[in-house]
Design a binder for this molecule. Structure first.
Ligand code: TRP
Length: 329
């Protein structure tokens, strides 16, 4: 047995949202890169899932390419970890159909993440596929026999549903699937520049591709502690957005910044300068790599095609086992 077989498998996924921002990096990509060392990774692009909230498909391909460019730029290694689209591997749809028989609608309606989405996106008439979102996600994970799923808190209920479906399948038809575990990302929600969750639709992001000037401009405009109206006035770092960023990107100086802010010695403008420099320093190498892939988009397409070939092999094998277990020939 080669070493590869003894490694646990990770299935990570994301909807094709285009260029990645710091929230995506901190909440997902950073840990994906680190996990490559210990696990076998599969990176799924959930392009069908994107349809649950937007039927416009005209930007999906572009968004997919932009997203992959950022994945590669932060250090996802496509040689080790295949990158592939859900829509190109037909077995996702097939397994989704089978799984849809193994879970009740009542169970899916109880999904807290769904309830939150209905509220946040003000969805009045939910489509059938949206209710089944976690069932498709279960197919994504189990088709590759994922043992671990790195996600933010909002996705944990979906992994729970995946576990229930896997158990149900195994108990009815025999052991085919592992019971996957959630791997919560530690910094799962980085606030955006307006303190809401960082998200493109809210226009509060810092993109991984932002230039030094763009980062500076955005950070300078952010609101700090409203009580700290001038240098000398004591601030409250614990409620300050910029301090949250400092903790993440400028760990070395965090202590000094805390005491400088609370004593009043450090003003917000200087603090923001430090913050934007730290962020720029972090993302500069990504920008450099991005330039390469922007010029060589065909390389990105090749990487995707190669990933899809490799994913396909695994998917076919699992489906053969499913058919055999179900005595479907
Ligand atoms: N639902 C995930 C999200 O919105 C994306 C996703 C789809 C996913 N399939 C997956 C994540 C499988 C992990 C595993 O973020």
């Amino acid at each position: 047995m080669g070493n590869i077989h003894s490694k646990e498998r990770i299935l990570s996924g994301m909807r094709p949202t285009g260029e990645m921002h710091l929230g995506n990096y901190v909440g997902a990509l950073e840990s994906w890169v680190a996990l490559q060392e210990q696990y076998e990774n599969f990176h799924l692009i959930a392009d069908y899932h994107a349809l649950t909230t937007d039927l416009d498909t005209s930007k999906i391909l572009d968004n997919t390419i932009e997203m992959i460019i950022d994945w590669l730029s932060v250090g996802i290694d496509p040689e080790r970890s295949p990158i592939f689209r859900q829509s190109q591997i037909k077995e996702h749809s097939e397994l989704h159909l089978i799984f849809s028989m193994l879970i009740t609608t009542a169970r899916l309606e109880r999904n807290p993440t769904l309830k939150e989405q209905i509220k946040d996106l003000k969805i009045a008439n939910m489509v059938y596929g949206h209710l089944g979102y976690p069932v498709l996600q279960a197919a994504d994970i189990l088709l590759y026999k994922g043992n671990l799923v790195p996600v933010g808190e909002d996705q944990a209920p979906h992994v729970e549903i995946t576990r229930e479906i896997a158990r149900k399948f195994n108990s009815v038809y025999g052991e085919v699937f592992p019971i996957p575990r959630t791997k919560l990302t530690s910094f799962s929600r980085l606030p955006g520049l307006d303190r809401n969750k960082m998200s493109k639709s809210l226009g509060n992001t810092i993109l991984l591709s932002d230039s030094e000037m763009e980062v500076k401009g955005k950070v300078m405009k952010a609101i700090t502690d409203p009580q700290k109206i001038r240098r000398g006035a004591p601030g409250r770092p614990d409620i300050c957005l910029i301090y949250t960023y400092q903790k993440k990107f400028n760990n070395k100086e965090t202590k000094d910044i805390y005491s400088g802010c609370t004593s009043g010695a450090l003003g917000c403008v200087d603090c923001k300068m430090k913050c934007s420099e730290a962020i720029s320093k972090k993302i500069e190498p990504f920008r450099e790599k991005r330039k390469h892939f922007e010029k060589n988009r065909n390389e990105v397409i090749d990487i995707l095609e190669d990933g899809e070939k490799r994913a396909n092999v695994v998917a076919k094998k699992t489906m053969a086992e499913v058919h055999e277990a179900m005595q479907l020939g």
